[in-house]
Design a binder for this molecule. Structure first.
Ligand code: ZN
Length: 509
């Protein structure tokens, strides 16, 4: 709710006589102070406040309860919020009646507001209105003595007279930045992902991940790039958003049209994106990770990172020629319909290395192995999940890649694969029992409902008539002429079939 600005280019300005109290009218539209206010560009991406926290905060403001000081820093052109961003945003949301779904948010998110965010906004609004009422209503009775309940009049009286206590950070931009990290590592701690993003915010992976999360809209962390680089970043981010997070999924699952990257809730999605971009950009031997890059002043590395991610994504899904059209329910979700980042990233690692190696033969083997590999994955998903959980986080992605690779090599060679042999690639030896505890209550949980749906829907899903792997026609399908056009084949239903794009362009002929 407060605009961002690039903090590092600002000079600090120390003035003796800065205002010492912050009045709520400073947040109303048209206020000059509001016009000056900015969040530092490293301010948190995500909003951790729940509807209840927002409501409680506004109520404590109006009921004259103690509120910690806001901490601000004045540069030569703006006022930056160092601490108190959530508090000010909560008040602003209330003043504007925009909890993430209103006119200001529509513009900020470029019209792309997720259903999750809309639901949360609706809940927050309902809670605030039940406990406090609208800002405009309280404002309209300011100065009156009899046109509201006793509580409303008391709150209205305080609304514009209360001043929030302020502290000013004095010094340069780097002093202000240090204060920010100190303050935010106490109190509500920064999540690991947030801290990783903030500390590396000028690096290609961080800029790229944030761009994708907002489908190329939202705050332009890339605004210092050249005009061409900006356009490329936005276009690639929009495409990657669609590939990874469309359509939104709701529980229990009732469709197999699942997003490849799982939920778009900011923290999950950002941490997945950081790994996805690093892996897709890795060389044969080295995955640099977010901190391994240099800052990217002109955008060239960010554009390259996003392009590499797109070329991997286009092998996994979509309608372009090389697309395997992998079915997310088979490859990226567990048997209960929950997204698994390790299944997903393991495949991303495998495919990105094969692209870098220019290993065209690999994709041919994939097609040969596909039907039996998919059967294996579906039958052993819960076992794979248990084994992944029991190994260290750092090794899960590469072990999963090894398992995929083993399955492809062996099934392509027509070999029989024993479960015990395969799971050795996940670090397990001997016979493993898949112990899934049976539910002992009578109600079907959402998880059980999703599991039932996934099982039944996969049983009857359409298969590609070339490789006999499952098709995900919503995202990836090719319409195949059974008798090729050059041999007189027509465009009639009787001569058509649904196949994977890769199968259509490479295997036939
Ligand atoms: Zn196929």
């Amino acid at each position: 709710m407060i605009q961002r600005a690039d903090f590092a280019t600002e000079d600090g300005e120390y003035t003796m006589d800065l205002f010492q109290n912050f009045n709520v009218s400073n947040l109303e539209s048209g206020s000059p102070v509001r016009g000056l206010m900015r969040k530092p560009d490293f301010q948190r991406e995500t909003n951790h406040w729940t509807p209840a926290q927002v409501t409680t905060f506004i109520a404590s403001f109006l009921d004259n309860e103690l509120i910690p000081s806001l901490i601000l820093w004045k540069s030569s052109s703006y006022i930056f919020v160092i601490d108190g961003g959530h508090r000010l945003s909560a008040l602003r949301a209330w003043i504007e009646d925009d909890y993430g779904d209103g006119a200001i948010s529509q513009v900020f998110y470029g019209g792309e507001i997720s259903d999750d965010q809309k639901r949360l906004a609706k809940r927050t609004r309902a809670m605030v209105e039940a406990r406090i009422g609208r800002f405009s209503k309280l404002k309209s009775i300011v100065g009156s003595t009899n046109s509201g309940s006793e509580l409303d009049l008391k709150r209205a009286h305080l609304l514009f007279t209360r001043g929030l206590n302020l502290q000013w950070v004095q010094g340069t931009a780097s002093v202000a930045e240090t204060s920010f990290f100190k303050i935010n590592s106490q109190g509500t701690p920064l999540d690991d992902t947030e801290e990783l993003l903030l500390r590396n915010r000028k690096k290609p992976i961080a800029v790229g991940a944030r761009a994708i999360l907002r489908a190329g809209g939202g705050h332009k962390y890339w605004s210092s790039f050249s005009a061409d680089a900006q356009k490329s970043v936005e276009a690639a981010a929009r495409q990657l958003f669609e590939v990874l997070f469309d359509p939104e999924v709701s529980q229990p699952i009732k469709t197999l049209d699942l997003p490849l990257g799982g939920s778009v809730s900011p923290l999950d999605a950002l941490s997945l994106l950081i790994e996805f971009l690093s892996i897709a950009d890795s060389t044969q031997t080295l995955t640099k990770g977010i901190a391994g890059y240099d800052d990217d002043p002109d955008g060239s590395t960010t554009v390259a990172v996003l392009q590499n991610a797109l070329s991997v994504a286009k092998r996994i899904t979509g309608n372009s020629n090389g697309s395997l059209g992998l079915h997310p329910a088979v490859y990226f979700y567990n048997e209960r319909g929950k997204h698994s980042r390790f299944l997903f990233l393991g495949m991303v690692l495998l495919i990105s290395r094969k692209i870098k190696d220019n290993d065209g033969g690999f994709f041919g083997k994939f097609v040969l192995a596909r039907e039996r590999m998919e059967k294996f994955l579906i039958e052993n998903k819960s076992l794979i999940g248990i084994l992944l959980q029991n190994m260290s986080k750092q090794t899960r992605v590469s072990k999963m890649r090894d398992l995929y690779s083993f399955l492809i090599e062996n099934f392509a060679d027509n070999k029989t694969v024993k479960v015990e042999e395969a799971i050795e690639h996940l670090g397990a030896r001997g016979r493993i029992l898949d112990i899934t505890t049976a539910a002992n209550n009578t109600v079907f949980s959402d998880e059980t409902k999703s599991a039932l749906f996934v099982k039944r829907a996969l049983d009857s899903a359409i298969k590609c008539n070339i490789c006999h792997g499952l098709l995900d026609p919503a995202k990836s399908v090719s319409y195949d002429h059974v008798t090729p056009v050059r041999e007189g084949g027509t465009g009639d239903v009787s001569n058509g079939d649904l196949v994977h794009p890769y199968c259509n362009q490479s295997v036939k002929c």
